[in-house]
Design a protein around this ligand. Structure first.
Ligand SMILES: Cc1ncc(COP(=O)(O)O)c(C=O)c1O
Length: 430
């Protein structure tokens, strides 16, 4: 069995580099006091990336199953992207949204055309380009509020519904739609008018989504929440309910979209009647360069007027030039077929792990290359053991290992990572 053989060949954990006498230790000691402590970071200091790998300052190599949290879908330091950065940065980087440039509109057009061609949001009409996922959601939330205000100027249609375990971002609007006490409590009060339901609870929809609802925001696959998949039946019922009460349906595809599930959008396989009025995207849209976008249909677009929203950096020619290249690559059929095949390679590996460690591995969730392995314990020790053996993995939700690698990772690299993961699990059983 491949897994057993690999165990015999397994390299032991690399010797830990002692922070006090290593280049990484020196750098961390020098820099950390000046960085607001919003993250608890492990020791590696990454200095280089190429394809599926990262290298730290001590020149140790890591296979990356995280892709910068579902960002580097084309791998690290894609050569064409580097070329375009060089070209565009010598041509035009920024001139502001007060003027036209060739690339903001080109990216908007491409996103809309690809969306329609993909079988997703059939009536997609226009895009607002910004800098991040939170900002894309913020725009979506504001646009939906505006729709509600236009429909009912008395302000009686302003409620926004989101779902438990959702993650929509850290700005006050997107945070108000992220019903996680750990993230919300220190910053309460939240923006008023947000309500919370349970994903896949179809029976609760009539009471949850009402005449007062202006928008429902939902991830077709919750990423941070533990790779929880919204069922097709639920999304169909949700869309039906939104249409009954005249609410805007907003799909947050920031993590699960842009071919990560094997189709351009995670909802692309759904029938027209389940399509959203708003899609938000970011992460892979820039493959590491900051960018986000809010796509809307005509029903939303016609209600947004000059001056309603804006951004200084959003949609600058450099980011959008890259976005055009990245969307073209991610929309390739061959790449999407590869995602499905690679997802199967992961699943086979996970099933082998489940058979070997039935007490530990409880469930496999997700689609394509957004996958979750539900464990019965805190995965922290496994994540650390994997990192010490040269594999980067991240967690999500409660005791879930999350796999969101580059979409161009080879099957051989996936097998290599699965072998290291098994070694890491084995090491934590002793
Ligand atoms: C589904 C989803 N929405 C929104 C966000 C926020 O994006 P950003 O961190 O770019 O603001 C994230 C980030 O993890 C996400 O996964």
């Amino acid at each position: 069995m491949a897994f057993r053989a690999s165990l015999r060949l397994a390299a032991a954990a690399r010797p830990a580099i002692r922070p006090e006498d290593s280049p990484s230790g020196t750098l961390i000691r020098e820099h950390a006091p000046f960085m607001v402590a919003t993250y608890a970071r492990p020791p590696p200091v990454f200095v280089k990336g190429e394809g599926s790998y990262l290298w730290d300052v001590e020149d140790r190599k890591y296979l990356d199953f995280t892709a910068g949290i579902a960002v580097n879908s084309l791998g690290h330091c894609d050569a064409k992207m580097a070329e375009l950065i060089a070209q565009q940065s010598q041509t035009l980087i920024h001139a502001s949204n007060l003027y036209y440039n060739p690339w903001t509109g080109a990216l908007s057009k491409l996103l809309i055309e690809q969306t329609r061609a993909s079988g997703g949001m059939h009536d997609a009409a226009a895009a607002f380009i910004c800098n991040s996922g939170s900002e894309a959601n913020e725009a979506g939330i504001k646009f939906a509020r505006k729709v509600g205000k236009v429909l009912r100027p008395d302000g009686s249609k302003t409620e926004i519904v989101s779902f438990r375990n959702a993650f929509h971002g850290r700005t006050m609007g997107s945070l108000s739609a992220t019903p996680n006490p750990k993230y919300q409590a220190p910053f309460a009060p939240m923006v008023p008018g947000f309500r919370v339901g349970d994903l896949n609870d179809t029976a609760a929809l009539p009471d949850l989504v009402t005449d007062a609802t202006c928008s429902v925001i939902v991830e077709p696959i919750q990423g941070e929440g533990g790779v929880q998949v919204a069922s097709d039946e639920f999304l169909l019922a949700l869309a039906k309910r939104c249409r009954e009460v005249g609410a805007v349906l907003h799909f947050d595809e920031i993590q699960c979209g842009l071919s990560r599930t094997g189709t351009f959008w995670a909802h692309s396989h759904l029938p027209k009647e389940a399509h959203p009025d708003i899609i938000t995207t970011a992460k892979a849209l820039g493959n590491g360069f900051p960018i986000g976008a809010t796509l809307v249909n005509e029903r939303v677009a016609e209600k947004i007027k000059v001056g309603d929203h804006g951004t200084t950096f959003g949609g600058n020619p450099l980011a959008c030039r890259l976005g055009v290249y990245i969307v073209e690559r991610l929309a390739e059929k061959g790449l999407q077929e590869g995602v499905v095949k690679k997802g199967e390679v992961f699943r086979k590996g996970f099933e082998a792990l489940r058979a070997k460690y039935p007490e530990l591995v409880k469930e496999v969730r997700g689609k394509g290359l957004i996958l979750g392995l539900q464990l019965s314990e805190d995965p922290g020790a496994i994540v650390k053991a994997a990192r010490e053996r040269g594999l980067l993995v991240i967690t999500a939700g409660t005791n879930t290992l999350r796999f969101v690698p580059s979409l161009v990772m080879s099957e051989q690299e996936i097998q290599e990572g699965l072998r290291i993961l098994e070694e890491a699990i084995e090491a934590t059983r002793q």
